[in-house]
Design a protein around this ligand. Structure first.
Ligand SMILES: [Zn+2]
Length: 289
C-alpha cells in the first residue's frame, strides 16, 4: 500500500522500525511548484524522513521540520500532522546544477517544532546541520537533540519517496548485545530502488528475514494543505489596517499566495475593509478562550 507508513518491532528487543512510501502525496507537492531537480531530491528525502520521525513521536497537532541556511538553498520545510497529512515547500536562489549538500546549505540549522492544535508551540529542538545528506543530518539531530540512536535511509525521485528508520529505545537493554549493530548493518544494505519500487512489507521481510519481526498495520498518509481564507484573513488582521491599506493603494487588491500549495487568496477593497470592522477581530483565529 503506497502513501502509508508502517511500524515494525523486533520481538523481545528494544528496537523499533518504521517504513514509509509516498507517491500521490509526493506528486501533489511536485505539482504545486517547479523545483530544480537537485532540490526535488532533497525535499523528497526530507519528506520521507519527516514522516518517519513524526511516527516515532507522540503529539497532537503538527510536526514542522525546517532546514534554514545561508547558501543557495535557503529553506526546506515539511509539515506532518497527527492526522496523517503532509505538506512541503522550499525557498532557494539560483541553484547550481551540481553541488554537494554542504555547499547548498551553508551555516544551516535544522529545527523540529511541535505545534499544538491551538497553534501554540509545545517543543522545539534546533541543531547545526552536520553531514553530507538528509539522512546524516537527521541522525545527527536525533543523537544530539533527542539522545536517541537512529538509523535512517531515505530516497526520492520524481514519482515517489521512500524511507526506513530504526530506533534503539533507551528504556531497556537488549539481551542480544549485537542485535542493534546487526539490524543497522542489514538496514544499510537497502537500495533506493527498493525503497521506491518494492512494497514496504517486502522490503522489511527481505532485509530482516532472519530476525523475528512483528509488523503493524499500515497507517495511511496524504497531502493536505491547512491554508484557508480564514487563516489568511487572520494573518492580514494581525498585520494591521495601515499595512493592508498601503497594499490596496498600490495594487488595488491584496493577494496572498500559500507557499505550500500555491493557492492564491485575493481580497478586493470591500473584503479588506471587512477585516477591520468592529476593531481588531481575528476571524478564524484558533486561539481558545
Ligand atoms: Zn496552502
Amino acid at each position: 500500500m503506497s502513501d502509508s507508513i508502517r511500524r515494525f518491532m523486533f520481538e523481545g528487543a528494544p528496537i523499533r522500525g518504521e517504513i514509509v512510501q509516498l507517491d500521490a502525496t509526493w506528486r501533489a507537492v511536485l505539482e504545486r511548484h517547479e523545483y530544480p531537480p537537485l532540490l526535488q531530491t532533497l525535499l523528497g528525502e526530507m519528506m520521507a524522513a519527516s514522516a518517519l520521525l513524526s511516527a516515532t513521536l507522540k503529539f497532537d497537532g503538527a510536526m514542522l521540520m525546517q532546514v534554514q541556511g545561508s547558501g543557495p538553498l535557503r529553506l526546506l520545510v515539511v509539515e506532518c500532522t497527527s492526522a496523517g497529512t503532509l505538506r512541503a515547500t522550499a525557498k532557494w536562489d539560483a541553484l547550481p546544477e551540481q553541488a554537494g549538500f554542504a555547499d547548498l546549505l551553508r551555516d544551516a540549522r535544522c529545527a523540529i517544532t511541535l505545534i499544538q492544535p491551538d497553534g501554540s508551540q509545545s517543543y522545539q529542538g534546533v541543531v547545526e546541520v552536520v553531514g553530507d545528506n538528509v539522512a546524516e543530518m537527521l541522525m545527527h539531530y536525533m543523537r544530539h537533540s533527542e539522545q536517541i540512536e537512529t538509523a535512517l535511509t531515505v530516497a526520492a525521485d520524481g514519482m515517489r519517496v521512500g524511507g526506513l528508520l530504526l530506533q534503539r529505545l533507551p528504556e531497556s537493554a537488549d539481551d542480544d548485545a549485537d542485535r542493534w549493530d546487526r539490524v543497522c548493518m542489514l538496514a544499510s544494505t537497502v537500495e533506493a530502488a527498493e525503497l521506491l519500487g518494492l512494497a514496504p512489507l517486502d522490503v522489511v521481510r527481505r532485509l530482516f528475514h532472519e530476525e523475528d519481526v512483528r509488523l503493524f498495520e499500515p497507517q495511511p498518509l496524504a497531502f493536505r494543505c491547512a491554508c484557508s481564507k480564514a487563516r489568511v484573513e487572520s494573518m492580514l488582521t494581525m498585520l494591521g489596517p495601515e499595512e493592508v491599506e498601503s497594499v490596496l493603494a498600490e495594487r488595488g487588491h491584496v493577494e496572498v499566495t500559500c507557499e505550500f500549495c500555491n493557492r492564491a487568496y485575493r481580497l478586493d477593497p470591500v473584503d479588506a475593509a471587512q477585516l477591520f470592522v468592529g476593531g481588531m477581530r481575528s476571524p478564524g483565529s484558533p486561539t481558545r478562550h
